[in-house]
Design a protein. Structure first.
Length: 168
């Protein structure tokens, strides 16, 4: 893929009015090349890796992104990772600055794999992403997850797709 390009995220198929139906084939088995790609950075609180304020944090960030004209359906991803059992970090792709939010950039090559299942499988998915990265020569890769739908929409669609991204 082209540098800083993300796979197309089709928001037109959205019967819930919340999260669009995710099409896993557009994200599976890719290598993404990011160079100083801008993101909004937000943190959430967790209790033993269970998110506590994710909904309110995501709502706030999305509102600020939309107000700033920084939400781009064709350039969309939210990359999440646990920093500890008590804190998670989330990066929201945003090509323009967003007032009232912390901006950061990210560079690197990332391999992707789409998983389907419950959040409690994340530990196994993390290990699988580490294995994939190691096969490409990267030991102890930083692993992110793109949770493609909220729990309510995943229940409606009958599938909970999560994209693993391992930094090479």
């Amino acid at each position: 893929m082209e540098t800083n390009a993300l796979p197309f995220y089709d928001t037109s198929d959205n019967p819930t009015g919340c999260c669009p139906r995710f099409k896993p084939e557009t994200w599976d088995g890719l290598t993404l090349h990011l160079r100083d790609k801008p993101f909004v950075r937000a943190a959430t609180k967790s209790v033993l890796h269970i998110p506590m304020n994710m909904g309110s944090t995501f709502t706030r960030v999305f509102e600020h992104m939309k107000d700033a004209g920084a939400y781009d359906e064709a350039n969309f991803v939210v990359m999440s990772r646990d920093l500890s059992p008590w804190t998670a970090e989330h990066l929201f792709a945003a090509d323009t600055p967003v007032k009232h939010e912390e901006m950061t950039t990210l560079s690197g090559d990332f391999i992707t794999k789409v998983f389907e299942g419950s959040f409690r499988e994340a530990k196994d998915w993390h290990a699988q992403m580490q294995d994939l990265a190691e096969k490409q020569g990267t030991k102890d890769a930083v692993v992110w997850f793109f949770y493609t739908t909220c729990p309510r929409c995943a229940k409606t669609y009958g599938k909970n797709y999560v994209v693993g991204l391992a930094q090479l």
